[in-house]
Design a protein around this ligand. Structure first.
Ligand code: APR
Length: 227
């Protein structure tokens, strides 16, 4: 049984990380076009760097939850038959024990030098324009995929969805493409589809929808899969 799991901000909400579009979400307090586009970075790099520095600092305070841990357990059992792709830039899947996580929108704890194109594990601030450890240039930016940029790993994600028997989306509003289209690719390839969400849309494209907090629905679903 080949399984593709797509996660969104909702899987990390109970760890204390805000989602984007919920009432207390990140996009309530920030205009995404001023902090999450290449144009915004060109216009005001300090504003953008501060936004991600703050998120990096919050990430250091939180821990993985039962949903992250359950998915790591599923990976242990399914091995390569589980393909985990996340829209999240946090590292809670890895800290929860997952070994193979595809971060299609990049990673918060990494910096990307736009001069030498090297990526570096990074937990500190970037607003001070630290020098790139490889080339020494002060041209590092957060290693995240901004609106208008191409997500990572799209070829392997599409192949995994093409091959899967089950496609599961956890804690995502399904409003941002290309991730929002994945369920349609899965349906088109005859896979079973399941959505786990605290507040799913009334009309869903998924064959099955389970409502509830990820820390409850994900361990229960994983238990079923393992049984
Ligand atoms: N358990 C399960 N689902 C939850 C929980 C929870 N505890 N809390 C919230 N949710 C659900 C919400 O109902 C919503 O459907 O998580 C979803 C969060 O949606 P968004 O805030 O839109 O986050 P996401 O879908 O990950 O956003 C996609 O948009 O802003 C960009 O690049 C950013 O990766 C992000 C992308």
């Amino acid at each position: 049984m080949k399984v593709v799991v797509l996660t969104g901000a909702g899987v990390s909400a109970e760890s204390g990380l805000p989602t984007f579009r919920d009432p207390d979400g990140l996009w309530e307090g920030h205009d995404p076009m001023t902090v999450a586009t290449p144009e915004a970075f060109a216009a005001d790099p300090d504003l953008v760097q501060r936004f991600y520095d703050e998120r990096r600092a919050v990430l250091a305070q939180v821990r993985p939850n039962a949903a992250h841990v359950a998915l790591a357990r599923l990976e242990e059992h399914l091995g390569d038959d589980l393909y985990l792709v996340t829209q999240n830039i946090d590292d809670l899947h890895e800290r929860g024990g997952s070994k193979r996580v595809h971060h299609m929108h990049g990673r918060l704890r990494a910096a990307w030098c736009t001069t030498c194109d090297r990526r570096h594990e990074w937990t500190d601030s970037l607003v001070g324009r630290p020098a790139c450890p490889t080339c020494g240039q002060a041209t590092m930016r957060p290693d995240v995929v901004w609106f208008g940029e191409v997500p990572h790993d799209m070829d392997s994600v599409q192949q995994a969805i093409f091959d899967c028997d089950v496609f599961v989306a956890i804690g995502t509003s399904g409003t941002v493409y290309p991730a929002a289209a994945f369920v349609h690719y899965a349906i088109g390839n005859g896979a079973d589809t399941l959505e786990l969400n605290l507040a799913p849309e009334p009309v869903s494209d998924f064959a099955q929808v389970r409502q509830g907090p990820a820390t409850e629905t994900v361990p229960a679903w994983v238990e079923e899969m393992l049984r």
